[in-house]
Design a protein around this ligand. Structure first.
Ligand code: 4EH
Length: 233
C-alpha cells in the first residue's frame, strides 16, 4: 500500500485523548473552531481531531480532515449506546452501514432516513472492515459488525430505542457516524466507524454513559491504533 495520510476522528475529547497521547511529532492547527493534531504513529502520518457532538459538527470535521488536511482514509473512534442485547458495556462494534434515524420526510411518502438522491444506509469500506477483523483475531477479541443509527439526540428511552431497532435494524446508536459516512461517501474517501459500548440507550443511559465514557473510549481508541499499524504494513 502506498503511503497514506489517515484521519482519525471522534466527537468528544475523551474519544481522541488516548490517541493524541501516543502520537509522535505532534503539531496542532486550529481551523473552523476545531483543533487538529498532525503527527505520526509508529511512523505513519495521521491527523486527529474531535468534532464536538452531533451530525453537523461531525460533517464539518470530516470535510476539513479530507479537504484541508488531505487525508485519504478516515477512521472514526468513539462510544455508542447498545441496541442489540448481544452488546454489553465495553464491547466493540464496527459499522457495516450507517443511517440517520432522525431524518424524516415521510410526509412525502419517503421511508424514514431517506432523502432523494441519498440512501437510507451508507456502507463502510469492506477492506477496512476486513483489517479490523484480522486485528481483532490477532488480539483475541470478539468484535461485532452491524448497523449503526445516528441522530442528533442522546437516546435514553426504551421506546425510541425499540423504534430505531425496528425501523433501521440497527444494533447500536450514536450521534455522528452517519454524517461522517455522507461526507466520505460523497468525496470517495474510504472510511470506517468503530464504537465501544458505553450504555444501553435506556433509563440508565446518562448514568452509565458518565461512568463508562472514559474506559469504553479507550477500548475503541486502542483498537484504532492497532488498525493504523495494520494499515501501514
Ligand atoms: O457524541 C455523543 C455523546 C453523547 S451526548 C454521542 N456519543 C456520546 C455516543 C453515544 C450515544 N448517542 C446517543 C453513547 N451513548 C449514546 C446514546 N444516545 N445513548 C453527551 C454526553 N455527555 C455530555 C454531553 N453530551
Amino acid at each position: 500500500m502506498t503511503s497514506q495520510k489517515i484521519a482519525i476522528m471522534g466527537a468528544m475529547p475523551e474519544e481522541i485523548e488516548p490517541i493524541i497521547d501516543k502520537l509522535e511529532n505532534v503539531q496542532t492547527d486550529v481551523y473552523g473552531d476545531n483543533k487538529y493534531y498532525e503527527g505520526t504513529y509508529h511512523g505513519q502520518e495521521v491527523v486527529v481531531a474531535y468534532s464536538k457532538i452531533g451530525k453537523v459538527f461531525a460533517a464539518l470535521t470530516a470535510t476539513t480532515l479530507i479537504e484541508k488536511f488531505g487525508c485519504d482514509l478516515l477512521l472514526f473512534s468513539g462510544v455508542a449506546g447498545a441496541i442489540s442485547d448481544e452488546l454489553k458495556i465495553g464491547d466493540l462494534i464496527i459499522a457495516n452501514g450507517l443511517c440517520q434515524h432522525d431524518l424524516d420526510i415521510t410526509a412525502f411518502g419517503h421511508p424514514f432516513g431517506y432523502v432523494p438522491e441519498g440512501t437510507i444506509c451508507i456502507h463502510t469500506d469492506a477492506v477496512l472492515r476486513d483489517i479490523a477483523k484480522n486485528v481483532a483475531q490477532q488480539k483475541g477479541l470478539t468484535i461485532q459488525e452491524g448497523i449503526i443509527a445516528t441522530g442528533d439526540q442522546f437516546i435514553a428511552d426504551p421506546e425510541r430505542k425499540e423504534w430505531i431497532k425496528n425501523t433501521f435494524k440497527a444494533d447500536a446508536l450514536e450521534m455522528e457516524g452517519a454524517s461522517v459516512a455522507v461526507v466520505c461517501n460523497a468525496l470517495n474517501v474510504p472510511f470506517f466507524v468503530l464504537r465501544a459500548i458505553s450504555d444501553s440507550a435506556d433509563m440508565d443511559a446518562s448514568f452509565n454513559f458518565d461512568e463508562f465514557l472514559e474506559s469504553s473510549a479507550k477500548i475503541s481508541a486502542d483498537f484504532i491504533l492497532s488498525m493504523v499499524d495494520a494499515i501501514g504494513r
